[in-house]
Design a protein around this ligand. Structure first.
Ligand SMILES: NC(=O)c1ccc[n+]([C@@H]2O[C@H](COP(=O)([O-])OP(=O)(O)OC[C@H]3O[C@@H](n4cnc5c(N)ncnc54)[C@H](OP(=O)(O)O)[C@@H]3O)[C@@H](O)[C@H]2O)c1
Length: 270
């Protein structure tokens, strides 16, 4: 990819996962960074060879693409701070801020939606190991060429899906929060291994590899997950006994209830 300037406002977990992921790939870009505390962003920038800025507006003035990576509650003050720089520099704004629409960002910048290019994204922490799943939505101002660049940036560190904004809450549950659900599932399996005498570390490695292989199988096979379940369950065997016990304990309902709670929270209903 050709050299460009990328700016990050916010240098927390998600920003670092993305930047660390890019650094495992051939990305020809200069990265500029600012966050609330020098003690947070300076050592990180030094370690990773990034350029630091004294203010958020300075990030905007340096960048072709500005990544907003702050918590939703902070976004208003950040947008107020950078709006003059955005009007001057006209970068593409790429927001990963949960629950804030492209229209709300444009409004806060006091620009019409056709005056500012905004791509809303929802990445996940697996960006760090180049296995992210990222949703993308562009407003009407974003040019096809700019959108393609943003999409390529996230294809470098995982897979992407173009989604309507109304589906972002569902995506948050399916891909943004679900790494935590899956870690929880792996830990639960590993605990069962410990119950039957395995060391936790060994049981965790076995359970994680089983989840990884199963996910790869789902992605590479034309069969549905349920057809794959049937393939693994021999008549009268151990797997069907375990599967039915899982369902008796409410496995599928528990997963869907977890997603309901995430979606309700994302939509401010809980
Ligand atoms: N974590 C995830 O899995 C995930 C997934 C998808 C989307 N998101 C979204 O990504 C955004 C960031 O999440 P996160 O998990 O990375 O949060 P985080 O770890 O709490 O990081 C927030 C960052 O914002 C910085 N910050 C606070 N006030 C600022 C200001 N006025 N100007 C510039 N920077 C400021 C903080 O600076 P200091 O470091 O200097 O204190 C910190 O680097 C959130 O909107 C979140 O919803 C997160």
């Amino acid at each position: 990819m050709k050299l460009m300037n990328l700016g990050f406002i916010g240098a927390g977990n998600m920003a670092r996962a993305i930047i660390n992921g890019w650094q495992t790939k051939e990305l020809d870009a200069e990265i500029y960074l600012h966050s609330a505390h020098k003690t947070s962003y300076e050592p990180y920038a030094k370690e990773k060879g990034l350029k630091t800025c004294e203010t958020n507006s300075e990030v905007v003035l340096q960048a072709d693409y500005v990544f907003l990576a702050v918590k939703p509650i902070i976004l208003g003050e950040v947008l107020t701070e950078i709006k003059a720089a955005v009007k001057r520099q006209k970068p593409v704004i790429v927001s990963m801020v949960t629950g804030v629409s492209v229209a709300e960002i444009a409004e806060h910048l006091e620009l019409a939606e056709n005056e500012v290019e905004i791509v809303r994204i929802m990445p996940n922490v697996n960006a760090e190991i180049a296995e992210a799943m990222t949703a993308l939505h562009a407003n009407q101002a974003v040019t096809p060429a700019h959108f393609e660049i943003v999409q390529q940036l996230f294809e470098l560190i995982g897979k992407t899906e173009i989604m309507a904004e109304r589906d972002f809450s569902t995506f948050v549950a399916l891909a943004g929060s679900s790494p935590a659900y899956v870690y929880f599932f792996i830990d639960a399996m590993a605990r069962a291994g410990v119950k039957y005498g395995l060391k936790k570390e060994q049981a965790t490695k076995i359970a994680a590899q089983a989840v990884l292989g199963s996910a790869k199988k789902v992605l590479s096979d034309e069969k549905t997950p349920m057809q794959l379940v049937d393939d693994v369950c021999s008549p009268g065997g151990t797997t069907i006994a375990g599967l039915l016990a899982l369902e008796e304990a409410g496995f599928m309902t528990a997963v869907v209830k977890g997603m309901d709670a995430t979606i309700n929270k994302d939509q401010g209903k809980a």
